[in-house]
Design a protein around this ligand. Structure first.
Ligand code: ZN
Length: 539
């Protein structure tokens, strides 16, 4: 079928019955230029950065009607593209939000060896703009980042080295970006241009949903794909809804519509067949991980993990279908999702600074029975497969609970020499004001009892943990201090980043190192009443 014919069919779609258009378009008739590398090679290979750019160009030439822009330039100079798709096509965030449609941000390839998200994202974009899925674009605004870690993607090498244990393709990219960072540990410190670019788009477009596409590394289970909401215990109504309503509904739809079993992301605590009953455990609640960070912003956040032991074609298929069902559910639940997004994130009485694994509940989990392969039986050990699956009732640990809390103040105050941190907060989308005149009032200072730096390096840092407590101070601050009110949509996130004892805040990532001394106050102050100072500038 010619491209012109495809275009005409698209227009006809508005007047024909959806069914008749679907039956015509379901004929596999995509021109070669509109095939992804995976499709063209029968799933022997995955797309290079140049392949993805060429694919996006070919969609544009075929009249896909997408907007394309640059999210960032990678450390090695590669463009990180993003596309906006909707019908009609919106010209920017204001128009997107005026439309009343949910704005959905989907990101693929943050870990560039995990390649099926990138292929599924391209296929979805094609099918939504030129194919049978076009009507769905009437109800959503889609921001798609098909290849987030471009440098890592083109660090091609043998999969046995770059992704041991992943079931094809034979050649894939590497996990870190061009500066050696794991981009899915960078959301708090934002050292990578990719993170800063994505955060700027997220601040500007304020998406209602965030979806991050990965592949598992660990246990042998019976699911095509596993998923998680934001896991930080500072949950929000949108995150509660995602966990309690949206993800269970997606599970049901994946089973009924696609005959695929999906489940909460996790790993067996022990893969020895006799020890599987010890349980299934999720990963980490800290916002250094993208979906935890986004979940703290009062919006819907979903981690998608295709199963690494499934073959490449099956992983692309499962990821495609899972994202498609997210888009469909977002379209039908738009009122609920927009309602959750419009609601201010209620500030709880206290902020959870540190977390611990919560109580388990008993659930059925499908395990593949495995045999030893020299690596033991730990959660991530490679083992010999048998093809025998068993459904076992076991404790499922899929959420975290508070281990330490703090009261939430009205505001935090940062001295002028911490301008780079004020800038970093703004990068997160937090509103930071600058005092135009001095202010005197009751504050609290954080008296540091101990500073403990990790012995090993992680992502180029030695993570720091401080112990101490807030104590009343009578303080006068000068013009030029930065003021961060917690009465803003990202107030919870701002407090979490600034609290010195936070398990994943600015202290953790060495950003306050210079000023942390035992027996002295940390440089950030907090106050229970919002200072009102004339001349205060907002960004
Ligand atoms: Zn990953």
């Amino acid at each position: 079928m010619s491209l012109g014919r495809l275009g005409r069919l698209g227009r006809m779609g508005r007047i024909c019955s959806v069914l008749s258009v679907l039956s015509v378009l379901s004929v596999p008739s995509i021109a070669v230029s509109q095939q992804t590398t995976a499709e063209r090679t029968d799933y022997a290979a995955t797309s290079s950065h140049a392949d993805v750019l060429a694919f996006l160009d070919s969609l544009a030439r075929a009249g896909a009607g997408i907007r394309r822009a640059t999210l960032a330039t990678s450390p090695r100079g590669r463009e990180v593209p993003f596309t906006v798709a909707s019908r009609p096509l919106v010209d920017g965030p204001a128009e997107a939000h005026r439309s009343g449609k949910p704005v959905i941000y989907v990101q693929a390839g943050i870990h560039a060896g995990e390649v099926e998200g990138k292929e599924a994202a391209q296929m979805l974009l094609r099918d939504l703009t030129l194919g049978a899925l076009r009507p769905l674009l009437d109800s959503i605004v889609l921001i798609l980042v098909p290849i987030y870690n471009t440098d890592g993607n083109d660090g091609f090498g043998p999969a046995e080295r770059n992704r041991p244990g992943q079931n094809g393709p034979a050649v894939v990219g590497v996990r870190p970006n061009g500066q050696g960072l794991d981009l899915n540990r960078d959301y708090v410190k934002q050292e990578a241009p990719e993170t800063r670019g994505a955060a700027a788009i997220i601040a500007a477009w304020d998406p209602d949903l965030f979806v991050d596409l990965h592949t598992t590394n660990g246990s042998y289970h019976g699911y095509a794909l596993t998923y998680a909401p934001g896991l930080n215990p500072n949950s929000t109504p949108a995150n509660d809804w995602t966990r309690d309503r949206m993800l269970p509904e997606l599970r049901k739809r994946m089973r009924e519509r696609h005959q695929r079993e999906v489940f909460w992301y996790g790993n067996f605590r022990n893969q020895h067949p006799d020890s599987l009953i010890l349980g299934w455990e999720t990963y980490d609640p800290r916002p250094r991980f993208g979906t935890n960070w986004f979940g703290m912003r009062g919006r819907v956040s979903i981690l998608s993990e295709a199963y690494s032991n499934a073959d490449f074609r099956a992983r692309v298929g499962a990821t495609y279908e899972f994202v498609l069902e997210i888009l469909r559910l977002a379209a039908t639940e738009r009122a609920t999702i927009r309602g959750l997004a419009d609601r201010a994130v209620p500030l709880p009485d206290s902020l959870t600074l540190r977390s611990e694994l919560g109580q388990a509940r008993l659930e059925d989990v499908i395990a593949e029975i495995t045999q030893p392969a020299g690596e033991g039986a730990g959660s991530f050990s490679r083992r010999r497969r048998t093809g025998v699956y068993r459904t076992i009732r076991m404790p499922v640990f899929d959420r975290f609970q508070p281990a330490r809390r703090e009261a939430i103040p009205a505001a935090y105050l940062l001295p002028p020499e911490h301008a780079p941190l004020a800038q970093l907060l703004r990068g997160h989308g937090v509103r930071v004001a600058r005092l135009g005149a001095g202010w005197e009032g009751p504050t609290e200072g954080f008296r540091v009892d101990s500073v403990i730096a990790a012995t090993g390096a992680f992502e180029g840092h030695r993570e720091v943990r401080v112990e101490g407590r807030w104590q009343p101070r009578a303080t006068s601050v000068t013009a030029g201090w930065f003021l961060v009110s917690t009465s803003q949509r990202l107030g919870l996130l701002a407090a979490y980043l600034l609290e010195p004892a936070s398990e994943d805040g600015f202290v953790t990532w060495n950003l306050f190192d210079r000023d942390l001394r035992r027996g002295r106050d940390a440089p950030v102050l907090r106050t229970r009443q919002l200072p009102t100072v004339r001349g205060t500038e907002l960004p």
